[in-house]
Design a binder for this molecule. Structure first.
Ligand code: GTP
Ligand code: MG
Length: 283
């Protein structure tokens, strides 16, 4: 399943980030803790240049806690990358962000004399606008459970010491590795309207079964064989899941479209469980 999504507003955002770069002291790159690599945009290395950057692994409330610990340990071995694990929803670990920002800026000659200016960047739907709201404790930025929600740059006053730009999520032209495109799509960073939701959900079931063979044990009695599953078995699993959830059409058939949508939505909102789609590299 090949996935590509690079609408015009992303190119525009890229230019806006470049134009505003000189006004920014520190970039806050938000990624999804369930797939920190796939949700990290390779274009940013070029766009942000040598400006200081903090990587924020958001949505840890949805990620597998064991995998999150492994990611934390992996980033700790890389002092050149400052990473902070957070949940905007549960407002977890937010003070660590200003600590990391201050550490990066404290030796600058302007530090303490004027506000620190930050810019939040990242792929769509990772929680950039939610981060603004979590930091100010209100609803300053508009948030939605779909990608491409924020349009245009917006400068927000976070505190007496900190201003932050919110930016629209951006992707890149081509996902060289198709599994990266898939992970972005599973997590809702690609517009669903350009995808075949049924194909996507079948890929999701195969992926989750391989990573978490026990994940669906309450829905499916027979053991999952992960990547060795046949197409028919995967269909069978979605059918069993839909049936168990009472999604039936006339005549007792499973209402397939509803089942696909609901499974995807339950995965994204964590109702299916807490899963992480990537593990840190061994070296
Ligand atoms: N469970 C959970 N959901 C979150 C968290 N942070 C954000 N969300 C949800 O993720 C969805 C996207 O959040 P936004 O803040 O709009 O994401 P964004 O990165 O600004 O998206 P774009 O503006 O489209 O690029 C919303 O449904 C949020 O409620 C989190 O820490 N945990
Ligand atoms: Mg936004």
């Amino acid at each position: 399943m090949e996935i590509q999504w690079f609408p015009g507003h992303m190119l525009k955002t890229q230019r806006l980030i470049q134009e505003h770069r000189s006004q920014v002291d520190v970039f806050l790159e938000v990624v999804d803790a369930r797939a920190p690599f796939a949700t990290s945009n390779p274009l940013l290395d070029e766009l942000l240049g040598d400006k200081p950057r903090v990587v924020l692994l958001n949505k840890i409330d949805l990620a597998d806690p064991r995998a999150t610990s492994a990611w934390k340990a992996w980033y700790e071995q890389r002092p050149e990358t400052r990473a902070v694990l957070i949940s905007c929803k549960e407002r977890k670990n937010l003070p660590a962000i200003s600590h990391a920002v201050n550490e990066l800026c404290k030796d600058k000659k302007w530090f303490g004399l004027r506000k620190v200016r930050g810019m939040i960047v990242g792929v769509p739907n990772v929680g950039k606008s939610s981060l603004i709201n979590a930091l100010v404790g209100g609803k300053k930025a508009s948030v939605a459970p779909k990608p491409g929600h924020t349009k245009g740059l917006q400068r927000m006053n976070i505190s007496e010491k900190f201003d932050l730009f919110d930016t629209p999520g951006i992707l890149w032209h081509k996902f060289e590795d198709p599994s990266v495109g898939l992970r972005l799509a599973f997590l809702g960073s690609v517009k669903d309207e350009i995808l075949s939701v049924s194909d996507l959900v079948r890929e999701l079931v195969v992926t989750l079964s391989a990573l978490y063979p026990q994940a669906f044990s309450s829905y499916w009695a027979d053991p999952v064989k992960g990547l060795e599953e046949s197409e028919e078995q995967v269909f069978g699993r979605i059918e069993a899941w839909g049936r168990k959830r009472g999604m039936l059409a006339k005549g007792g058939e499973v209402a397939w479209d509803r089942a696909y949508q609901a499974l995807l939505s339950d995965f994204r909102t964590g109702k299916l469980g807490r899963f992480t789609l990537e593990r840190p590299p061994l070296r």
